[in-house]
Design a protein around this ligand. Structure first.
Ligand code: ADP
Ligand code: ASP
Ligand code: MG
Length: 406
């Protein structure tokens, strides 16, 4: 008997037929003799609709109340799925994140899981029940409801798998695995049989939303092996795990694109110690994640600084930057939310020079201008105009021959 955690995404529980189909899969696993914990997301585009509803009421809804609202999406799914499983004759119980004891910090709308209390889960499993848990949510020490950031149900699943020391963590979604690029953007993308945590973490952080980046980070930290597969067929999926064999690593494993990017520039910043600190501390205090940062070469004792943030954070980031501008005596703040980030990822880059140059050559041949660049050992990212993102991803996929098995 194994303990299996299965996570089903929003598309997989969108409508009664799909809920019933998930129920059949879960029951099949149970009847094969396994203990099953199921994590579900809100149905279809429920979370998007809830956010839109909130914005109709208030342009900048308070994060605490937004979490109260968003957590309801997942609560619908757990109840409906439990009803469907009950109808198939298996004992089952649905639990919200707070009921399970998923303890998070207090950063509303992007909270981090601090601890999972397994007492209740174990008790229900030992009583022979299938346990259905609401993804994407938890509660603080003070019992305030929090959510874990978009795509957060993946992280719920991994956290439960880690806490319960599950034998397997399966992520069921609307594609049958992790591909060399989003198959909806690059039709010739190829399914990967296996990918390392590090590469998956980069791809996810750089926009491949098939897994939430934090879930991969968590999986790596706790050595949880993930299997990404389709809830609509029985195709073999993709295994995400620690891959030792760097020799065989592909130079480039995948291409990712991210539209949730905005660029902010602050001009004529005096060139003295403490300036970057003043700006980025102020942003951090508002829980704004800054991604790329570029400081221009100094001329006449002044610099320009440009950086990127998520588009949802743009308004607040501009407000903070304007405030810092006054404090430090910079001349102006500008922003652009029509940009996107295109990236290539591959563990083989460490030992293969010239990969970044290849990326720039490819974009140049497409006539696509690069606004900002950032590199790490296993990725290269470029900020480009959003209108070129799809073409850039397709061209890079061809350039690095990702459609061909090596
Ligand atoms: P779920 O609701 O099941 O969590 P998501 O929409 O969050 O599903 O993630 C699945 C989607 O991720 C796919 O439909 C696909 O368009 C997208 N995607 C982006 N990059 C990749 C990739 N490299 N491989 C597979 N899917 C990807
Ligand atoms: N429902 C949440 C979202 O849409 C969480 C998830 O689907 O993982 O982001
Ligand atoms: Mg998702």
């Amino acid at each position: 008997m194994a303990l299996i955690v299965q996570k089903y995404g929003g598309t997989s529980v969108d409508g009664p037929e799909r809920v019933k189909s998930v129920a059949r899969r879960v029951v099949e696993t149970r009847r094969a003799g396994h203990q099953v914990v199921v994590v579900v997301s809100a149905p279809g585009d429920t979370t998007d609709r809830l956010i839109a509803m909130a914005k109709e009421i208030s342009p900048d809804p308070p994060a605490r109340e937004l979490d109260m609202l968003l957590a309801t999406g997942e609560q619908m799914s757990i109840a409906l799925l439990a009803m469907a499983i009950q109808d198939l004759g298996e004992p089952v119980i649905s639990l919200t994140g707070p009921q399970v004891g998923i303890l998070t910090d207090g950063v509303h709308t992007k909270a981090r899981i601090l601890d999972v209390d397994c007492t209740r889960l174990r008790r229900e499993l030992d009583a022979g029940k299938i346990v259905i848990v609401a993804g994407f949510q938890g509660a603080t020490q003070d019992n305030e409801i929090t959510t874990l950031g978009r795509g957060g149900s993946d992280t719920t699943a991994v956290a439960l798998a880690a806490a319960l020391k599950a034998d397997l963590c399966q992520i069921y979604t609307d594609v049958d695995g992790v591909y060399t690029a989003d198959p909806r953007v690059v039709p010739e993308a190829r399914k990967l049989r296996c990918i390392s945590y590090d590469e998956m973490l980069e791809l996810a952080s750089l926009g491949a939303k098939v897994l939430q980046a934090r879930s991969v980070e968590f999986a790596k930290l706790h050595n949880v092996i993930l299997e990404v597969r389709s809830s609509f067929n029985n195709n073999e999926g993709t295994i995400v795990k620690e891959v030792q064999d760097m020799e065989k690593a592909m130079v480039v494993t995948g291409v990712a694109g991210d539209r949730n990017v905005a660029r902010i520039a602050i001009y004529d910043v005096p060139d003295r110690p403490g300036i970057a600190r003043a700006l980025f501390e102020a942003l951090a205090k508002e829980s704004i994640n800054v991604d790329m940062i570029v400081q221009s070469a100094m001329r006449n004792g002044i610099n320009d600084i440009a950086f990127t943030v998520a588009r949802d954070d743009l308004a607040k980031a501009v407000e903070v930057t304007e405030r810092v501008k006054e404090q430090i005596g910079a001349s102006a703040v500008a922003y652009d939310d029509k940009v996107a980030k295109v990236s290539i990822v591959g563990a083989g880059m460490i030992t293969n020079p010239g990969v970044a140059a290849g990326m720039f050559a490819c974009l140049a041949e497409e006539g696509i201008n690069i606004h900002m660049i950032s590199t790490s050992e296993i990725k290269v990212s470029c900020i480009i105009d959003e209108e070129h993102l799809t073409r850039a991803m397709q061209a890079l996929h061809r350039w690095f021959k990702l459609d061909q098995e090596t």
